[in-house]
Design a protein around this ligand. Sequence first.
Ligand SMILES: Cc1cc2nc3c(=O)[nH]c(=O)nc-3n(C[C@H](O)[C@H](O)[C@H](O)COP(=O)(O)O)c2cc1C
Length: 220
Amino acid sequence: MNLSDSILNRKSVRAFLPDPVSRSTVSEIVELARWSPSWGNTQPWEIIVADGAKAKRLGEAFETEGRKKTAPRPDITMPFEFAGVYRDRYMDLGRNLLNSMGIERDDQVARLNHYLNMYTFFGAPTVIYLVIDEGLNVPYACLDIGSIGVTMCYAAMEYGLGTIFLAASVHFPDIVREILDIPQNKKLIIGIAIGYPDKSRPAAIFRSDRASIDDICRFA
Ligand SMILES: Cc1cc2nc3c(=O)[nH]c(=O)nc-3n(C[C@H](O)[C@H](O)[C@H](O)COP(=O)(O)O)c2cc1C
C-alpha cells in the first residue's frame, strides 16, 4: 500500500476481534512511531501499553463508571461542547455513526450500550497510553503526542491492525494510574485502542466525512 492509500484507508475502528496483539508487534509499531517529529526533538511521550488482564481490568472499571454515569475527570481539559460549524460536524459524526450501526436517535438503551462499549475500548485487546511529565507545557507537548499517536495509527496498518484514539480511555486517570502503576506526576493525554478489526460489524467499517478542501484551505 502506498502512502496516499494508507492515508485514505485509515479510519477509526469501533469494533475489534478479541484476538490478542502480540507484544512484539506493539513494540515494532512503537519502534516505527518513535521517529515522529516533536518540538525541539524533546520526544515528551511516555508510552504505557495495557494488554491482557490489565486491559480487561481497565475496561471493567471504566464500564462500572459508565453505568454509574460518573462525570469524566481527565487530567487535561477536554472539549465536551462545540459551537457553529464545529458543533455541526460533531453532531454529524454522532448521527452518521449511530445510523450506520442501526441505532435510532431515541433508542436510549442502544446508545448507552454504545457508550459502554467505548469504555471497554470497543473490544480492543490492547490500549496504548500516551502520557507526559506534569512539568511539560501541556498545549505544546500535546501536539507532540498527536504526532506520535497518528504515526502509530498508520504503522499499525502495516500489521493489519485497526486503531482509534480514545479520549474516553483517559476519562478516569486515577483508575488507569492505579491499574497500570503510573506515577501521579505523569499526565494521561490519550489512549489509542489497537486490535484486529471485526469487519463483520458496521462500527469497524464506518467512515466519517470531511469538510471540502475549499472549506478548510486557502492560498493567501
Ligand atoms: C484526540 C482524539 C480523541 C478521540 N476520542 C474518541 C472517543 O473517545 N470515542 C470515539 O468514539 N472516537 C474518538 N476519537 C475518534 C474520532 O471521532 C475520529 O477520529 C473522527 O471522527 C474522524 O474519523 P476517522 O478517525 O475515522 O477518520 C478521537 C479522536 C481523536 C483525534
